[in-house]
Design a protein around this ligand. Structure first.
Ligand code: DQA
Length: 144
């Protein structure tokens, strides 16, 4: 059976394209999702894609993912730096998770230079703009 992957976009990523384009580029979330879908088709995996601006909703999504998904690709956005709850949900799920970021968080403001998610992710891909997502999905598919 085809492997199943849950893609989660965190807060404000629905604004990509218009949001601080000097940092995040001009690519929209739907363009990112289209390239993920086309890679998924090529690799014969099934994707479910969600975006949420709400921490608890993201925790619920991860909590319900257990035994339904083989992997999670997540850009936790601002929650990367604050959310013990999302980190704990990933750890509790036991699902292989890859963290991605468009920007290089380590070259930005000090408050972004810590990820609470990285220690529970299998790996993190960052700094390649929209390409971070396709690189992350490829890595995840290879691992599951
Ligand atoms: C981000 C980096 C975060 O610091 C920021 O809050 C985001 C996007 C990125 O993809 O570069 O919203 O996760």
């Amino acid at each position: 059976m085809a492997k199943k992957i849950l893609v989660i976009h965190g807060p404000n990523l629905d604004l990509l394209g218009q949001r601080e384009p000097n940092i995040y580029g001009r690519v929209t979330l739907s363009q990112i999702n289209d390239s993920l879908k086309s890679l998924a088709r090529k690799k014969k995996v099934t994707l479910t894609i969600k975006q949420s601006n709400h921490e608890g909703q993201i925790v619920d999504l991860i909590g319900k993912a257990k035994s339904k998904y083989d992997g999670i690709l997540i850009n936790p956005a601002a929650y990367t730096h604050t959310s013990v709850a999302i980190r704990d949900a990933i750890a509790a799920s036991g699902i292989l998770t890859i963290e991605v970021h468009l920007s290089n968080i380590y070259s930005r403001e000090e408050f972004r230079q810590k990820s609470l998610i990285s220690p529970v992710a299998k790996g993190t891909i960052l700094g390649f703009g929209a390409k971070s997502y396709t690189l992350g999905l490829e890595a995840l598919i290879d691992l599951i």
